[in-house]
Write a protein that binds this ligand. Structure first.
Ligand SMILES: Nc1ncnc2c1ncn2[C@@H]1O[C@H](COP(=O)(O)OP(=O)(O)OP(=O)(O)O)[C@@H](O)[C@H]1O
Ligand SMILES: [Mg+2]
Length: 212
């Protein structure tokens, strides 16, 4: 898969949020987004995911235009900010409900995804009783369970303990190795530089590939 962001600008109420972004992402690579708070990392992920439309420019996925040829990338796993899970259900039940929407995966893949993020598929606790890190892990499990071609992870390691960070980094590498296109943001510079194959710096809506 090839994603081309072509001269994309996003303005919200006159404010310039993304400024003439031009870049190409390809399968089998982990792209790291680096930049200060408010620089536009999450907005860039929203743009690529189809959650927002550019004011000018376009996003092409394998040559087809997002927002014209399809509303969302056809095979995408998304973890952005607080995922909306149902508090009264277990983690597994939440994933089952999401999986039913697409009808692509069943019990086996769901259990595997839960284990991959270090949770227990047999855990009977309701989502509302999950700790912050457990919620975060479940969100990542939801993003990967359907083995998407495009994986967008916005600060996936935020609330995680040391072991969790290692698990998630290993998981991200496995996703890349099976051929996914991964875009990940993270405020830990060292971690991101270790994990990502390519780094893009984001500053005041401008996105630039950093020389290796
Ligand atoms: N819903 C919104 N309406 C208007 N402006 C917004 C909205 N959401 C974000 N912004 C603005 O867009 C800019 C980029 O925000 P974004 O969330 O992409 O930053 P970020 O790089 O992800 O920051 P952080 O590191 O804090 O997550 C900021 O100036 C922010 O104020
Ligand atoms: Mg953000």
């Amino acid at each position: 898969m090839v994603i081309e962001v072509k001269n994309a600008t996003k303005k919200i109420k006159g404010a310039l949020i993304l400024d003439r972004v031009d870049l190409t992402f390809e399968s089998g690579v982990i792209y790291g987004l680096q930049g200060p708070n408010g620089s536009g990392k999450t907005m860039l992920m929203r743009l690529v995911s189809g959650l927002i439309r550019p004011t000018e420019g376009k996003v092409l996925i394998d040559g087809k235009e997002l927002g014209r040829d399809f509303d969302f990338p056809p095979s995408m796993g998304l973890f952005i900010e607080n995922p909306a899970f149902l508090p009264g259900y277990t983690g597994k039940r939440n994933l089952e409900l999401l999986a039913e929407l697409q009808g692509r995966v069943g019990n086996e893949e769901i259990c595997k995804a839960i284990q991959d993020v270090g949770l227990d598929p047999e855990d009977r606790r309701k989502y509302r009783k999950y700790s912050l890190g457990m919620k975060q892990r479940l969100g990542i499990a939801a993003a990967i369970m359907e083995k998407p071609e495009l994986l967008l992870l916005d600060e996936p390691t935020n609330a995680l303990d040391e072991g969790g960070i290692e698990e998630i980094c290993a998981l991200i590498r496995r996703e890349r190795d099976r051929g996914a296109l991964v875009i990940v943001s993270c405020h830990d510079r060292e971690l991101l530089e270790n994990l990502a194959d390519e780094i893009y710096t984001v500053a005041e809506g401008r996105v630039e590939r950093r020389a290796q």
